[in-house]
Design a protein around this ligand. Structure first.
Ligand code: ATP
Length: 469
């Protein structure tokens, strides 16, 4: 566990010191499981989001976009079952006051209590104790723990309420998942854009959950971003489309450089009563102790639209003009957390490696160029030579409309290379004295560290070829 924890600590400290991710509200002591993304963090996060959107919306005929509000009619979450049963089993440590997920504790004994009622969870714990097993707090090792209780993950607000009393009749919820907005806008999308089945609606946005566990960095936060796509279809098409989307999603990871050995499928055996299939894509998250869920791909039947139809009284059925059939569409969803993808790509790219031919090592992020926060950095060879600085600044300015470019004249060239390697910049461009007369520059590649002279006139073509876009 020590090494895994060390890796997580190393990533957390790297993210803070290099401007990727900061603990939120730090000057007031911080907020547990809430994080802010700094300059390089938001660039990386936006690039992941854009890669997803490009794949899921831009390159397709059959998926439409949406940006629905975080606050929704409270009845939405009654209909979906979240108000009554979106909870995790919580245990408290009486000694150190840590909050513990009972299901995670039981997983260590090979028991799966996913979707089980709380008395089943407690009876499993008691059975283990009777069999002589020690159930301990993962934080301090104490066995003095409370029984498990149901802890709702719903985050409440009083927005628009005439009172600050947060009891159930006044409360408004911050959405716990973004797909609720997609279900509610299914009708407006149909009425305004008239898509025919099968088609999808995709959106990226914030979601909020009052998570019990708060020590997993951006893997598990109380405020996070989801990227979800709900694909509406006739039930006869589910099997084929489900397999199709599983393959699509798997290939997306590989297309961004993910190693096939670092991800795997997890098949859910316990399904909600309305679901016919559910798989997760898991990433080998050594920093959290092994493979963990990154994305869920679920065949959800017609539960969602049926429930909203029932609770709202609005007909959400689809009429197929070709067959004359009227039915509530079934839904296949893909759902992934942007923070989890961020941590996955960062961990995968994060490499300490020996520099060939030198008794030295470097830290480098081998990110796919599409994900790299900065695409190229421009340096003047010396910062005290105004003619070099002016020419380098001019060049950076010319490239900026095309790519995220950084100008850097701090420290010596070696230190600047190190800095760019650490944030994953694929190419660095140095303006030297020969550039003033010959009009060419030295370009260095991050991964191979090889250098070549490139004429400034051909630089944009060169960048396009090397970056791949
Ligand atoms: P877990 O079992 O890890 O709590 P979940 O099964 O509750 O996750 P879903 O409800 O299926 O997750 O949400 C879909 C996706 O949203 C997850 O695969 C994950 O990538 C992301 N996600 C869910 N909860 C969080 C969170 N608290 N912080 C960051 N991302 C999250």
């Amino acid at each position: 566990m020590t090494n895994q924890k060390n890796k997580l600590d190393e990533l957390v400290s790297f993210c803070k010191s290099r401007g990727f991710v900061y603990p939120s509200s730090e000057i007031y002591g911080g907020m547990s499981a809430i994080y802010d993304y700094g300059h390089y963090g938001i660039l990386l996060k936006n690039n992941i989001r854009d890669a997803w959107w490009r794949e899921m919306v831009q390159l397709r005929e059959d998926v439409l976009g949406l940006d629905s509000a975080i606050f929704m009619a409270p009845m939405t979450w009654k209909a979906s079952g979240h108000v009554d049963s979106f909870d995790d089993p919580q245990i408290d440590c009486k000694k150190c006051h840590a909050r513990i997920r009972a299901d995670h504790l039981l997983e260590e004994f090979g028991l799966n209590v996913d979707k089980e009622p709380i008395d089943v969870v407690n009876s499993k714990i008691n059975e283990l104790k009777r069999a002589g097993q020690k159930i301990c707090c993962p934080n301090c090792g104490s066995e003095d723990l409370t029984p498990a209780k149901r802890f709702s993950l719903m985050v409440k607000s009083n927005i628009g309420a005439p009172t600050d009393d947060l009891s159930e009749e006044n409360v408004v919820y911050l959405r716990p998942e973004t797909c609720g907005g997609i279900y509610l806008e299914y009708k407006n999308t149909m009425d305004s854009l008239h898509p025919s089945l099968p088609f999808g609606i995709a959106q990226v946005g914030k979601a909020f959950r009052n998570e019990i566990i708060a020590r997993q960095f951006v893997f598990r936060t109380r405020e996070f971003e989801q990227m979800e796509m709900q694909y509406f279809l006739h039930p006869d098409d589910m099997k084929q489309k489900y397999e199709y989307w599983r393959a699509q999603r798997w290939n997306w990871y590989l297309s961004l450089g993910m190693d096939e050995k670092k991800i795997r499928w997890f098949k859910h055996l316990k399904l909600a009563h309305y679901a016919s299939e559910a798989y997760d894509i898991e990433y080998d998250s050594q920093f959290l102790g092994g493979f963990k869920e990154i994305e869920g791909i679920h065949a959800r039947g017609n539960w969602d639209l049926s429930q909203h139809s029932k609770f709202s009284g609005v007909d959400l059925s689809y009429f197929d003009p070709k067959t004359g059939e009227k039915f509530i569409p079934h839904i296949m969803e893909t759902s992934v957390g942007l923070g989890r993808l961020f941590l996955m790509f960062l961990d995968f790219a994060y490499t300490r490696e020996k520099i060939a031919g030198k008794d030295d090592e470097r830290l480098v992020l081998h990110l796919d160029p599409r994900l790299a926060p900065v695409k190229a950095a421009v340096f003047p060879l010396l910062r005290n030579k105004p003619e070099l600085v002016t020419k380098a600044r001019e060049l950076a300015g010319r490239l900026r409309p095309l790519y995220q470019i950084e100008f850097d004249d701090h420290g010596n060239i070696g230190k600047r290379y190190r800095r760019q390697d650490e944030i994953g910049t694929p190419l660095t461009i140095t303006v030297d004295f020969d550039s003033l007369s010959g009009d060419d520059v030295t370009v260095r590649e991050r991964d191979t560290m090889s250098q070549e002279r490139v004429s400034i006139a051909k630089l944009t073509d060169y960048l396009r070829e090397k970056l791949g876009f």
